[in-house]
Ligand binder design. Sequence first.
Ligand code: ATP
Ligand code: ATP
Ligand code: MG
Ligand code: MG
Ligand code: MG
Ligand code: MG
Length: 242
Amino acid sequence: MANSKYEYVRNFETNTTILPEVWFVVRLDGQGFTKFTTDHGFTKPNDKAALDLMNHCAKLIMSKTPDISLAYGQSDEYSKIVSIISAQFASNYTFYWSKFFPNTELRYPPAFDARIVIYPTDKHLRDYLSWRQADCHINNMYNTCFWELVKSGVGNKEAEKMLCGTNSGDKNELLFSKFQINYNTIPEIFRKGSVLIHLVEYFEVTTPENTLAKRMKKSVQILHCDIIRDKFWNEHDSLLQG
Ligand code: ATP
Ligand code: ATP
Ligand code: MG
Ligand code: MG
Ligand code: MG
Ligand code: MG
């Protein structure tokens, strides 16, 4: 582009330097999804197709952006390390909607807000992810009880009242005694959310010259495992090596 006397304004774009040696977390969250999920007839409390669509969007972005080392999603939100643009997420969400909801017309354009947070140490980063996974667990337990009560004929207000002040033991007990549901058998995707990491696989192929050659295949893996305890981080020790 030709220089002009106006071009100096471009310098304003570069006056914020990215802090080195820190983690960047971008948290995306669907805007007004309480209404959006109702308007589009999502299964309550957990619409599996909707979570699959969220995971699909995150997976596509991660495969294009190797700098994102991990992504964690639950409900209508997605946390990503290193900045990505929320527009990419929204446009994937819209583009693949009909693949995940073949019988539901998308009634208006969905949007996701994004905030970027800097965490200076590995401990902060792990605590951040633990916070989101604990939030997933707490909300899912509450929502599972709430919707079981509603499905059994209890009114919304009444169900809220019944759950007010209950701890997780009470909720487990309620699910088990009233609805014969063992909370631990509910799918892990609902209880733990989704963890996306890069997977690098090496394998051997036979070349046309009949010799063996090593090949590498990169993909994004979707897990529904615990990320609060050390086990996950020990098994994937390269994640925190930056
Ligand atoms: P980046 O992701 O870095 O922005 P880019 O390929 O989008 O890369 P830009 O400098 O933003 O690069 O340039 C936009 C490109 O899109 C140009 O090649 C421009 O000619 C093309 N383009 C944009 N709008 C139109 C349009 N309406 N019709 C034809 N070409 C267009
Ligand atoms: P905001 O714009 O402030 O984020 P919101 O209405 O999106 O408002 P959230 O706190 O983000 O509020 O809540 C997300 C809503 O979307 C909750 O009501 C949740 O139950 C619903 N939701 C998200 N994902 C699913 C899903 N997979 N299945 C069913 N409901 C879902
Ligand atoms: Mg341009
Ligand atoms: Mg929100
Ligand atoms: Mg939201
Ligand atoms: Mg949310």
